[in-house]
Design a protein around this ligand. Structure first.
Ligand SMILES: [Zn+2]
Length: 178
């Protein structure tokens, strides 16, 4: 049947640049953009100094503002249409549908700051899919060295038993970062 043939063709002609990007490639791209760098002693990736400095400065600039001010940017939508509920973390909804969740406002501030800072250095940032933006931003949060809300030390907690998921939280203000 002619129609079925047409449909099969259509699925093969998806443009490559809109396909989801896998994790290893994301890491490579972050290294190419000088966001992450190889730490030879630790044999692992770490934040590049310059990116870390710029990200931190932006976190300090954003953390005293209302989250709705910058949620519109992160979610690429009109902030006026968003509702923020704080209850064991931060849930953002739009017309009753959850469009974003963060373990704390501190985590959200870190993500927005990472989003803006990445946008300045990452080649082709504006052409990437929204889901790729989200993955890149989420990937960076594990590199935080101090609390986005108060600069306190971060410590892992929980995870000792099979049921409890380990989290990383601020020792001073208790904000859960991831
Ligand atoms: Zn804190």
């Amino acid at each position: 049947m002619a129609d079925e043939t047409d449909n099969a063709d259509a699925t093969q002609h998806r443009p490559a640049e809109t396909a989801p990007v896998d994790g290893a490639e994301l890491a490579d791209r972050l290294v190419e953009a000088s966001v992450l760098t190889e730490d030879e002693r630790a044999d692992d990736l770490v934040l590049a100094d310059r990116f870390q400095y710029n990200w931190r400065r932006r976190i300090e600039h954003l953390r005293d503002r209302e989250p709705t001010d910058f949620l519109g940017l992160l979610l690429d939508t009109d902030p006026e249409t968003l509702t923020v509920t704080e209850e064991e973390g931060l849930t953002v909804s739009q017309q009753g549908v959850t469009v974003g969740e963060w373990p704390s406002e501190a985590a959200l501030v870190a993500d927005v700051a990472a989003f803006v800072t990445l946008g300045e250095v990452f080649p082709g940032w504006d052409d990437l899919r929204g889901s790729t933006h989200d993955e890149l931003v989420a990937r960076l949060r594990v590199f935080l060295e101090s609390c986005p809300a108060c600069d306190g030390s971060l410590a892992a907690e929980g995870g000792e038993t099979a049921e409890s998921v380990p989290t990383v939280a601020c020792e001073d203000c208790g904000a859960v970062v991831f």
